[in-house]
Design a protein around this ligand. Structure first.
Ligand code: PLP
Length: 415
């Protein structure tokens, strides 16, 4: 015998196989409307619209050829130096160290911030896997934090209330009363290029005696209160993977305003070799995380085009924003009021409904089938098997954002 409460919905009806109003049909209709709206913002005539494709319209060929012609293709060379200078100029950071990828940059930034084995590092559960993995490389424990719909990143108010609850202060340090471990750092991430509220995060870190680190992998060109992101944290990191605003094929960078930390970052990412004409002497365990000159050559050519990439990405974002003002049940995610975002990946946010997840999946299925590449947010870190047992706060906003957000084509060339 089956028993159902009045007004309850069976799994069958949820899937839209029966029932009045037919849920599946509603989702299909809404998806078609949304896809038509996305489509109307894109230039016609392309078979496929990637989420983010690189553009090499600058001096990439010229600089790469110079590497090959001169033989300077590997771990040192003038393009590495020039790339680092250009990064300093763009971000305002006192030191920039180019490395093989953004994950390696995070590993070293955490290490230099003093993160040690069995420390806890606070980080958003909504992030790309690299952020959490890098914490693990240090032998530290990820401690997952909720996000806010205002920025898509760490919610500093909610985090503050949580820390008041769980933290015990001991000689200037914050100890998690529930685990007995030291909370050493807060690693924020500027989601899809939208800055978190850095002033609030910095104040919070100050109050609790923890280090602030920024994973700015997605946020090259983004500003928080007229200052490039990456300068509020003790250290911050960038990525130049193929899908980022600027690419070196693979690459990353460590930024800091602390020149001493900058020197150490350079030293330990280049095998900790003490400079000498012919002697191989290394004064600590270092890492071979150097960015090859040939990658830096591409990166330098890319950075020269950054203002143009950013301008075009804003044009596209504005086009989406206008369009989606007139579409019910969904909104285009615009930059937080205190920020100027790079709009790395444009995002749409579905309204809260009982059918939000169904509609999201329908949208993802149909748009990708139609050649318009879309993606959900990353699966929240605390749901992955290797991070299941990690400490975490209440994560309701992050879970809601994950069910409602999709990213849509965002390449500069689409403007
Ligand atoms: C891309 C990215 C990274 C670094 O990725 P790499 O592929 O190692 O360069 C780190 N964190 C976030 C949030 C990213 O999006």
């Amino acid at each position: 015998m089956s028993f159902r409460a009045e007004g309850s919905v069976s799994a069958e009806e949820r899937r839209g196989n029966s029932g009045a109003g037919n849920l599946k049909e509603r989702c299909q209709k809404k998806s078609a409307e949304i896809i038509a709206a996305i489509s109307s913002c894109l230039p016609s005539g392309k078979e496929k619209y990637a989420l983010h494709e690189p553009a090499f319209a600058g001096k990439e060929w010229q600089y790469t050829k110079e590497c090959l012609d001169t033989g300077w293709i590997s771990s040192v060379g003038k393009f590495v130096d020039e790339f680092e200078v250009a990064l300093r100029k763009i971000t305002g950071a006192a030191a920039a160290v180019a490395v093989v990828n953004g994950t390696a940059a995070l590993h070293i930034a955490l290490k230099l911030a003093g993160v040690q084995r069995d420390d806890e590092v606070l980080l958003p559960t909504i992030t790309f896997i690299a952020t959490a993995n890098a914490v693990t490389y240090c032998g530290a424990v990820p401690h997952f934090v909720d996000s806010t719909e205002e920025t898509l990143g760490v919610d500093p108010d909610k985090l503050e209330a949580y820390l008041e609850d769980i933290v015990q202060r001991e000689s200037g340090q914050s100890i998690n009363r529930l685990t007995g471990r030291r909370i050493k750092a807060l690693l924020v991430m500027h989601t899809l290029g939208h800055p978190v509220d850095l002033e609030k995060c910095a104040a919070l870190c100050q109050r609790f005696g923890i280090e602030l680190i920024e994973d700015a992998a997605e946020a090259l060109g983004s500003e928080y209160r007229d200052r490039h992101v990456g300068s509020y944290g003790k250290l911050s990191t960038l990525s130049f993977n193929g899908n980022k605003v600027v690419t070196t094929g693979g690459g990353g960078a460590i930024l800091t305003n602390d020149l001493e930390l900058g020197r150490t970052a350079k030293h330990i990412t280049t095998t900790a070799k003490v400079p000498h004409a012919w002697r191989f002497y290394h004064d600590e365990v270092g890492y071979n995380y150097r960015l090859p000159n040939i990658n830096a050559a591409i990166g330098l050519a890319q950075l020269e085009q950054l203002p143009d990439f950013l301008r075009r990405k804003r044009v596209l974002a504005e086009r989406y924003a206008q369009k989606f003002r007139n579409v019910d049940g969904i909104r285009f995610f615009s930059e937080p009021q205190f920020a100027k975002s790079n709009y790395w990946l444009n995002a749409l946010l579905l309204d809260h409904t009982d059918e939000e997840e169904l509609l999201r999946d329908e949208l993802l299925d149909r748009s990708n089938a139609a050649g318009i590449q879309t993606r959900p947010l990353w699966e929240p870190m605390h749901t992955l098997p290797m991070f299941h047992a990690c400490p975490r706060m209440n994560l309701t906003q992050a879970e809601s954002l994950h069910k409602r957000l999709i990213t849509i084509p965002s390449s500069a060339c689409l403007a």
